[in-house]
Ligand binder design. Structure first.
Ligand code: ADP
Length: 171
């Protein structure tokens, strides 16, 4: 069985992530989404909230058979633990390339058996990011084209709960 791991912050999951996920699902026998507990940026949602949102979004989109886990520490260790043959990453515009290149080559140094597979998103999502969605929603914009309804509701609840404590620069 060929297992692939799709890791990321998913803070929160967007239609861009979901587009990559659907493509990856067609290529592998099993896909596992791994929500990182310690992303590079301070997340808006906790790891458990982000995991739950991925699960709810998948259910809303009618996507079955994808496992969702959280992990902390080295991505490659997580990939080994779940028996993945590949790590899936999404590519948007060229802005992703430098970081993704660095990450893929570092992971190859750590374990040459696990390949990184890059999948290109659909054109309409190629400029979409979790940060943009959070910013648009914070200022009252419509994000229904970018995220499933459950994510939109979670953003509304989170911003309401945080009130004036939201730091737009940390989104
Ligand atoms: P990370 O902090 O690991 O980059 P993200 O949740 O931002 O976590 O992204 C996870 C993966 O999904 C990355 O490979 C990223 O390039 C990809 N990704 C994010 N948004 C999109 C999108 N709109 N289209 C395609 N891939 C995306």
């Amino acid at each position: 069985m060929r297992i692939a791991l799709y890791p990321g912050s998913f803070d929160p999951i967007t239609y861009g992530h979901i587009d990559v996920l659907r493509r990856a699902k067609r290529l592998f026998d099993k896909l596992i989404v791994a929500v990182v507990e310690n992303p590079r940026k301070t997340p808006l949602f906790t790891a458990e909230e982000r995991k739950k949102l991925v699960e709810e979004a998948l259910a809303e989109e009618g996507i079955c058979g994808v496992e969702v886990i959280t992990y902390s520490g080295l991505l490659i260790e997580c990939a080994k633990k779940v028996g993945a043959v590949a790590v899936v990453r999404g590519l948007r515009a060229t802005s992703d390339f430098d970081y993704e290149f660095q990450l893929a080559l570092t992971n190859r140094d750590l374990d040459s058996e696990i390949e990184t597979v890059f999948l290109m998103t659909a054109g309409q999502y190629s400029f979409l990011s979790s940060s943009i969605v959070k910013e648009v929603k914070l200022y009252g914009g419509d994000v229904s084209k970018f995220v499933p309804r459950c994510v939109e509701r979670a953003l509304e609840a989170k911003f309401k709960a945080l009130g004036a404590k939201v730091n737009p620069h940390a989104l």
